[in-house]
Write a protein that binds this ligand. Sequence first.
Ligand SMILES: [Zn+2]
Length: 138
Amino acid sequence: MTFKGHCVAANLWPRPPHPWVFGQTQVIDGRVIPYADVHCDEIRAALGAELVSVVPGRRSLVFGRAISRVVTHELHHILTKTTGHGAGGMTKWSYTAQDLVSDQFRFVDREVEQPRRALLPSPAKPTPRSETNSCRTE
Ligand SMILES: [Zn+2]
């Protein structure tokens, strides 16, 4: 994961025009590869107004959580090896500033299951029974 730009909640900029790209997962020949970028300057730009309204002592926490949501989204692409997006939750295609600063923005159940299934090994094939594998007690 490469963090590009200024990943601190200080010297907040006015918002440049849309659209912002908060993160990108790399795809080669249609296959997701385990490299992604997080665009901190664009996250800062999108959240400028929201972060200014947050008390200064909490600003870094809110900004860090916003970055972690983008990281989580990109990791979901990497772990599931998909470029697809969900209709809502953390896998949706576009985040609003409110999504990034909200106290409640999480994966929905289906989104948690997808990487879990992708990470678990395939079900083990039954081992053929044989006399040499059997255990006996006498
Ligand atoms: Zn995405």
